[in-house]
Design a protein around this ligand. Structure first.
Ligand SMILES: [Zn+2]
Ligand SMILES: [Zn+2]
Length: 366
C-alpha cells in the first residue's frame, strides 16, 4: 500500500509539472495555467518579486509574467529602479524553470485611448519606455518579438472618461489591431470580466486572456485559503517550452478561468468540456424505459447545466449542477429503449460570447 501511495505521489508530482491540475487536457495537449499580468514593488505593487514566484508555486500555476508599469513608478524615491528589467531578473533567479516559467514583461501605461498594454516575451524593458508618442512603446515591443495585449479594456475610471464598463474599440485600437501590433486582450482582470471584450476578441481574431493584475497578496485578494483562485489564462499547447507557449498565445489557443466561469472562444472551450464532463450509461433500470446515467466532472470548476432536449428526468429538474471532481447519477425517461442517445445541454457558466453560453451535445452508447 505504502509503495503504491508513493508511486501515486511521484506520478502526481511529475504530472503536475507538465500540465494543469485544474483540468483534464484533451489528448496530446497540455493546459498550462498562466497569470500574465502581475506587479511588484518595482512599480506600484506591494511585494518583492520573489513573492510573486512563491505565490504561483503554492497555487500550482505553471506560468507568470512580471509586468510592472514602465511609466508609473510611485516608489521611485525608495526604489530608484534604473533598470526596468530587475523585477523579472529577481523573480526568475528565485525559481527553477521546470517548476515555474517566468516571462519577462512590462505594462506600457498610457491614458485612454490607447490605455494600458502588456508586452510579454520582451528582450529589454528599458527600451519600451519612450516619452511622448503613446504608441512608440508598443511598436518597440513588437520589434522585440513580443506578444502584446490590451489590459482591462472594460476599466471604469473617471479620469479616463470611461464610466460605463463597456469595452469598445477607439480608432487607435482599430489601427493597432489592423497593423497586427496588438495580439490579445483581457476579458477578465482582477475581479471583473467583460463579455463585450470577448466579443471584440472573437470579431478581431485576438487572443482571449484573463489575469489577476495583482498588486497586493494573491491570498488576500482572491481568498486562496478558502478555496478561491485568481483569474487564469489557460494556454493550450503541445509542450511547455517558451516557444510553444508563445506560439499558442499568438494563435489564440487559450481560455480563461474566472471565478466559476470559463470564458473563451467556442473552438477552444469545446474540447475542454469534452475532456472534463463525462457521461456514462448504467443501462435501463429493470423492465422500465428509465435510463440511468452517471455524470462526472473531472475539473476544479463547478458546472451548471440546463438540459435542452425532448426527454424529462425521473429524479431531477432539467437544471443540473456538477461539483468539481465529483460525479452523480441521473435517470432519464426515454419512453422506449434506445441504443444511443444525444443529450443537448446549455452549460450556463461557460461564456462563449456576448450573452452567449456554450451548448454541447453529449453523445453516448447505452
Ligand atoms: Zn493597467
Ligand atoms: Zn496592471
Amino acid at each position: 500500500m505504502k509503495i503504491k501511495y508513493l508511486l501515486l505521489l511521484i506520478s502526481f508530482s511529475l504530472f503536475s509539472q507538465n500540465t494543469s491540475k485544474f483540468f483534464e487536457a484533451p489528448n496530446g495537449l497540455l493546459l498550462l495555467g498562466a497569470d500574465l499580468h502581475t506587479h511588484t514593488v518595482f512599480s506600484d505593487g506591494m511585494v518583492w518579486p520573489t513573492i510573486r514566484a512563491q505565490e504561483a508555486l503554492r497555487e500550482s500555476i505553471e506560468i507568470i509574467a512580471i509586468t510592472d508599469h514602465l511609466e508609473y513608478q510611485p516608489k521611485k524615491e525608495d526604489i530608484p529602479n534604473p533598470d526596468l528589467n530587475r523585477s523579472y531578473v529577481i523573480a526568475k533567479k528565485s525559481v527553477d524553470e521546470k517548476d515555474l516559467i517566468i516571462l519577462k514583461g512590462s505594462e506600457i501605461t498610457r491614458h485612454m485611448p490607447p490605455g494600458h498594454f502588456n508586452a510579454i516575451f520582451i528582450n529589454d524593458a528599458n527600451k519600451l519606455l519612450i516619452e511622448g508618442d503613446s504608441l512608440a512603446g508598443i511598436i518597440e515591443a513588437n520589434n522585440q518579438g513580443a506578444f502584446v495585449f490590451w489590459n482591462h479594456p472594460h476599466w471604469t475610471n473617471k479620469s479616463e472618461g470611461r464610466m460605463d464598463g463597456i469595452a469598445k474599440l477607439d480608432p487607435v485600437h482599430e489601427e493597432l489591431i489592423s497593423n497586427n501590433l496588438v495580439h490579445g486582450l483581457e476579458v477578465a482582470n482582477e475581479d471583473t470580466y467583460s463579455e463585450e471584450a470577448l466579443e471584440i476578441a472573437i470579431n478581431n481574431n485576438l487572443t482571449v486572456l484573463g489575469n489577476s493584475d495583482i498588486h497586493g497578496l494573491v491570498d488576500w485578494d482572491f481568498d486562496i485559503p478558502n478555496g478561491g483562485h485568481r483569474p487564469l489564462t489557460f494556454v493550450i499547447t503541445k509542450d511547455n517550452s517558451q516557444g510553444s507557449i508563445k506560439e499558442s498565445l499568438f494563435k489564440g489557443h487559450t481560455f480563461v478561468w474566472f471565478k466559476d466561469l470559463l470564458i473563451g472562444k467556442e473552438e477552444n472551450i469545446k474540447p475542454i468540456i469534452e475532456s472534463n464532463i463525462k457521461f456514462r450509461s448504467n443501462g435501463y433500470i429493470g423492465e422500465t424505459t428509465v435510463l440511468e446515467l452517471e455524470i462526472s466532472n473531472l475539473s476544479s470548476v463547478p458546472f451548471s447545466l440546463e438540459y435542452q432536449g425532448e426527454y424529462t428526468f425521473h429524479k431531477n429538474s432539467k437544471f443540473l449542477k456538477i461539483l468539481p471532481n465529483s460525479s452523480f447519477k441521473i435517470q432519464i425517461k426515454t419512453l422506449s429503449k434506445v441504443e444511443t442517445i444525444s443529450l443537448p445541454f446549455n452549460i450556463l457558466n461557460v461564456v462563449t460570447g456576448l450573452r452567449r453560453s456554450l451548448t454541447f451535445d453529449f453523445d453516448l452508447k447505452i
